[in-house]
Write a protein that binds this ligand. Sequence first.
Ligand code: AMP
Ligand code: ZN
Length: 478
Amino acid sequence: MELRFYNSYSRQIEDFRPIEPGKVRMYHCGPTVYQRPHIGNYRAFLFADLLRRVFEAYGFEVQQVMNLTDVGHLLNDADEGEDKLEAQARKDQVDPWQIVETVSQQFFADLDALGVRPAHHYPRASDHIPEMVTIIEALIEKGHAYRVGDNVYFDVSTFPRYGQLSGNKVEELEAGARLEINEEKRHPADFALWKSDPKHIMKWATVFGEHGFPGWHIECSAMAEKYLGKHFDIHTGGEDNVFPHHECEIAQSEAANEQTFVNLWMHTRFLQVDGGKMSKSLGNVYSLDDLAERGYSAWDYRFLVLRGHYRTQVNFTWEILRSAKESRAKLADWRSRLQAAMRGGAADSPASIGAVTTARQAFDAAIADDLNTPEAVAALFTLRNELVHAGETGTGTSEAALALLDHADAVLGLFEPTADASEDPNALSDAQVEALIAERAEVRAAKNWARADEIRDALQAAGIVLEDTASGVHWHRS
Ligand code: AMP
Ligand code: ZN
């Protein structure tokens, strides 16, 4: 299947051509681990997971890297100001490295709750200082960077493509940046590769001096190159990463390596909350725990995100989350009914088998068209409504529809995996359920109501829903 994606760099939808046939290498900007990521951050990470799942479902071998930023990301994403981690550590009166540990653990637990497939590497910036120093030295050597005391800056005037990704023009940046006075820089648009500050807690002795720490952008250039090579397929982030972060990564990596860094740049729009920005003062910066407290699973949030296209703004309200939860429950319920129908063995209608094929084509076409997840989900509902309306419960139709739901689940991540049946003392296998239902029919025929009730209770405790219909007893798991 031909996949097509919007490339932020060319500003066009392009056919996807991997560098190595059948393989995809991708890098995603991960969290700055100073606070537990909020649901907005998870929109960006769910987008990375969507790409991973799509490539795997369509037969690609994927190498996926997501970094953890544990140093060098300054407040305001700029070259001046306090490090986000150190500012948080000062507020909490703890060691910044302690925050790194705590937040990283929360992050991994959240990814797991969201059903995100683990990336192949989660490198931490602080573990890659030597790799960053190597690139910075190459940039100095090639005349793209200059030292001022123990600081090192990238000279944007040496890289004519600077501004290509974001559409910023260096002259305009200079005009706009005049207020930020930094006498050390040759041009206001130059950015820091390495900074020196004896007061910094997270610091390293290198060839540039005793008390240094990296600029935020060089971290991703170094980690991406280490795990994916100098030239790889896809780099993603949220829309705020376009400038300055990714613009600066391109400049550093391409100037140092004298070749294209990334073929395809992809960015997801921000999640909005109550139609606006999330902010502490509005009290609407939510974590997955806040959702759980109100009875929503991380998978409901995942579904809310999938119902929007990654390049459109998605709004979060409790009402929208409730509707996402209901919709997802409808799909899960439909799946249980299909499973029950398959066991029931009713006859098929060729017309409904055709409807499943059409739905599968619509689903795949939507995904291939720059990841149109809302249309892909709509294709599933169209089929559901058609089959449910027609009262269709044929075995073959159910099997085909279930295969489509399995495929959709692999691509989108729709159904929360159920707990391991062996851990649940009440769990029953399909065969045990069938046997109990048969026994119930017998005891009812013999008017042994006590035993019949006992069986119904046991089935209920195991989450089995019975439906007595004209064509016999049907069952599904709740
Ligand atoms: P940070 O922890 O600030 O480095 O951000 C981690 C990732 O979350 C980056 O890719 C950001 O672009 C992304 N991000 C931050 N806020 C939002 C939001 N409201 N919606 C979507 N992505 C976001
Ligand atoms: Zn990054």
